[in-house]
Design a binder for this molecule. Structure first.
Ligand SMILES: CC(C)(COP(=O)(O)OP(=O)(O)OC[C@H]1O[C@@H](n2cnc3c(N)ncnc32)[C@H](O)[C@@H]1OP(=O)(O)O)[C@@H](O)C(=O)NCCC(=O)NCCS
Length: 185
């Protein structure tokens, strides 16, 4: 769809000013609260934004946030770099126009090119056919069913996109990453 701008949500107030930063965060929160079943506190958003400033990407139409994706990257078992897509949502009236595809594509490019991810994972509800089809078309594979994973008691499916050969090898057989600790958080 034309007229949609894609931009990272920067916390740098020297760039756009505090008001716009707060406004962007509030709009992203509204979108996620409305469309995802899990509630997230402001600290969750700040955690993602502080640590991975380029991995919260907004889709905007006429200044309004109408889509967003929030991801992070961490070492996994000290042996590979794992990206994680935490949240993705698009406003009802903008769906079916490729906005989620564009957000995912930008997030994957950044995690692979800038963070050198070996693999990227996410969870989605078993009943969320739209999300499953969307991610599987990117090459994500189903690896695990997580029983009653969500607060609404729905099961989740964990999906993985293998990027490098490391993703296909058990961590026991991989050398430790240099200068890396298991997840800081
Ligand atoms: C899932 C969601 C992000 C899709 O957003 P969108 O912008 O409409 O998606 P796109 O237009 O980019 O569609 C991309 C692909 O998703 C799949 N898809 C999207 N909506 C679908 C639907 N209603 N049924 C089946 N497949 C669907 C299709 O494969 C589609 O590709 P195609 O049009 O080439 O067939 C949106 O429906 C949403 O926000 N849902 C609520 C929140 C959510 O479920 N988030 C994901 C889980 S974390």
């Amino acid at each position: 769809m034309s007229g949609i701008d894609y931009e990272p949500l920067s916390l740098d107030i020297s760039e756009v000013g505090r008001e716009l930063v707060d406004f962007n965060i509030e709009q992203v929160r509204r979108l996620v609260d409305e469309h995802l079943s899990e509630p997230y506190s402001i600290y969750v958003y700040r955690f993602f934004l502080n640590n991975w400033p380029n991995l919260t990407i907004m889709a905007k139409h006429q200044g309004k946030v109408i889509g967003c994706i929030i991801s992070k990257v961490e070492p996994h078992r000290d042996s590979r770099i794992r990206g994680y897509i935490g949240m993705l949502a698009v406003d009802n009236e903008y769906r079916g126009q490729g906005i989620a595809k564009e957000l995912i594509s930008r997030s994957l490019d950044s995690m692979i090119d800038n963070y050198k991810c070996d693999e990227i994972i996410l969870e989605t509800e078993v009943v969320n056919k739209a999300a499953l089809r969307l991610y599987e078309n990117f090459g994500f594979l189903r690896v695990k069913r997580l029983f009653r994973y969500y607060l609404n008691k729905h099961d989740a499916l964990r999906l993985i996109l293998p990027v490098s050969e490391k993703s296909t090898i058990r961590s026991t057989f991989l050398p430790k990453l240099e200068n890396s600790m298991e997840s800081k958080y």
